[in-house]
Ligand binder design. Sequence first.
Ligand SMILES: *[C@@H]1O[C@H](CO)[C@@H](O)[C@H](O)[C@H]1NC(C)=O
Ligand SMILES: *[C@@H]1O[C@H](CO)[C@@H](O)[C@H](O)[C@H]1NC(C)=O
Length: 221
Amino acid sequence: MKGVQHFLVFFSLLILGVTLASASDPSPLQDFCVALNSTKHAVFVNGKLCKDPKLATADDFFFSGLDKPGNTSNAVGSRVTPVNVDQIPGLNTLGISLVRIDYAPNGGQNPPHTHPRATEILVVTKGTLYVGFVTSNPDNRLFTKVLKTGDVFVFPVGLIHFQFNIGKTNAIAFAGLSSQNPGVITIANAVFGSNPAINSEVLAKAFKLDKKMVEYLQTQF
Ligand SMILES: *[C@@H]1O[C@H](CO)[C@@H](O)[C@H](O)[C@H]1NC(C)=O
Ligand SMILES: *[C@@H]1O[C@H](CO)[C@@H](O)[C@H](O)[C@H]1NC(C)=O
């Protein structure tokens, strides 16, 4: 009997633990929950500090400047300008955000990366992009498309994807993401540029590379 009681207590705590550890974007239980950094004028909803709704203003839901091109003078030739809960505190708990992506002419790319918390829907507003994503193991199927102005493509949550400018002009895209804070893992940076570095023997075996090549790649990130 005692064993059963212990089990029930343990099981209840487990369920409680799982509930409290939930990290998805929850459905809001009120109109909005403008995120606050301080406890002043705050109420506690959905596990976040929220501004008292009576004190919310239009500026809590506003961002300006997405008409400005991002600076693509960098190694990959692209720039992502995010508009998520860090830029618009009113996005807190709403499960949505936006980015603008600029691509340099002749090969500017948004390198292979994933968003751990969001599906992405992208529309090209200028130029021509070769885009794609790869499904999870064991198939690792590649889905690709060449997109022109006005074309839309979807990158399902968590899958590795990329965009590559195959046009002679700069390219521009905007994308909606199904999280207030989608997160980004750029594959090459995470694998070869981690801090501290992953043991080169691990990467040599995993990527079927010479250890010297791994150490060279590690100096590049
Ligand atoms: C809250 O903190 C974040 C991260 O430090 C910062 O980027 C943001 O500007 C702060 N927001 C406000 C309203 O102070
Ligand atoms: C773009 O970035 C490069 C490299 O960081 C910098 O040299 C250049 O001044 C920037 N251009 C603009 C217009 O900000």
